[in-house]
Design a protein around this ligand. Structure first.
Ligand code: FAD
Length: 351
């Protein structure tokens, strides 16, 4: 692969670089295409590529990405994992073009302007920020940073080694991933749809339930995949993926063919999914069974693929173990082109 437009070189000096390489390869299999040739590793992600070569105690790193934002994200992700896998051992990490230690370029303070339930278990929170345009392109998702109650938020900063420095202890932020359901540039407002799911200690849901005009939080993004570029798509997911599926349906060109499978508890949770595309939408009901236990999304995808052509893009967002089964099926049994799929673990059932 040719180096893409935005590049950076780094050097990590580690106590046990081979173990770090091993751990990187194991971890990144789920998130990228991993190729290893002895002491040389390449990690190819949708947003860019990292090539890492081990020489003695040194790991020489070359990053290449399509945009400055992607480069920043790949560098942060890699830096975090290098330190994570070094564990207690010392690690020195330096970049040729070190990021300026500063506030994160993708971070914006957001302010709640309204909140209402749009179905019994889906709550729409509308937020505003200084620069909504920043969130309109470059990925559908973001990290919601929830400040501790009653404290002035201390937002994360970028460190010169590429890692993100987070406030600790009583200032620690709680982080959850959500989707920008829609971005209204004229009004300068963004809708975020929160599933009011079952569970205990669920700060994301609680933030949405209590959201009151004037509340402040942070949004770090956008990122995590955009609207797929394909003539035919299968989109499948549960309530947590409903905002992303609705946004994709709203943004694809009119000539697209969409087969959409949405798992919700029952008819009261069904929401309109407006689209200019040709849409064949199937609602699947759990009828009181717990989310993530029925395998409805996996079955729907398998059935839909039995009469779909090889170019069909398969997109899914659901509970972690179901997402893994779908990914395994597509890769192993069906041999589906990995560039024509995006299967996300949106949440994880506690046992
Ligand atoms: C790319 C991406 C985009 C996402 N977009 C959205 C979005 O737009 N809207 C949205 O609501 N969610 C979305 N999610 C899912 C959301 O991040 C998780 O559901 C998250 O766990 C919610 O945080 P919490 O604090 O409410 O619960 P947590 O503290 O994370 O979990 C507490 C317990 O609640 C249960 N739980 C968590 N999530 C769910 C769920 N969705 N359904 C049933 N039980 C659950 C689990 O058993 C868990 O142990 C997205 C996830 C990803 C990866």
């Amino acid at each position: 692969m040719m180096a893409e437009g935005f590049t950076a070189s780094g050097v990590a000096i580690a106590v046990d670089p081979i173990r770090i390489l091993d751990e990187l390869c194991t971890h990144f299999v789920e998130h990228s295409t991993v190729k290893r040739d002895g002491d040389q590793v390449s990690l190819e992600m949708t947003i860019g590529k990292a090539e890492i070569r081990q020489e003695g105690r040194k790991l020489a790193i070359e990053l290449s990405c399509k945009s400055a934002r992607a480069l920043q994200n790949v560098r942060s992700v890699l830096a975090e994992h290098l330190f994570q896998f070094a564990g207690e051992d010392a690690l020195e990490l330096a970049w040729s073009d070190a990021p300026k230690a500063d506030r994160l370029p993708d971070l914006r303070e957001i302010r709640v302007v309204g909140a209402r339930n749009i179905s019994p278990h889906m709550r729409r929170v509308t937020i505003a920020c200084e620069d909504t345009r920043h969130f309109a392109h470059g990925g559908l998702h973001f990290r919601l940073l929830i400040p501790p109650k009653g404290r002035t938020p201390i937002w994360p900063k970028l460190r010169s080694d590429g890692r993100i420095e987070w406030a600790k202890d009583e200032d620690a932020l709680t982080v959850r991933i959500y989707t920008f359901r829609s971005v209204d540039l004229e009004r300068g407002e963004i809708d975020i749809d929160f599933v009011l799911h079952e569970g205990e200690n669920m700060p994301g849901t609680e933030w949405a339930v209590n959201a009151t005009p004037g509340d402040i939080a942070g949004a770090l993004g956008p990122g995590g995949g955009g609207v797929p570029d394909a003539a035919a798509m299968i989109l499948a997911g549960d309530e947590a993926a409903l905002p992303a599926i609705s946004r994709i349906a709203a943004e694809v060109p009119a000539e697209t063919h969409l087969r959409i499978f949405l798992e919700v508890d029952g008819p009261a949770e069904e929401l309109p999914v407006p689209s200019a595309a040709t849409v064949d939408l199937t609602w699947m009901h759990r009828n009181g069974a717990p989310a993530g236990t029925m395998g409805l999304i996996e079955s729907a995808i398998k059935t839909a693929l039995s009469n779909a052509d090889a170019d069909t893009f398969v997109w899914a967002g659901c509970e972690r173990s179901e997402a893994k089964r779908i990914r395994d099926f597509l890769k192993t049994e069906r041999g589906h082109d990995r560039h024509k799929m995006s299967i996300g673990a949106y949440w994880e059932r506690s046992i």
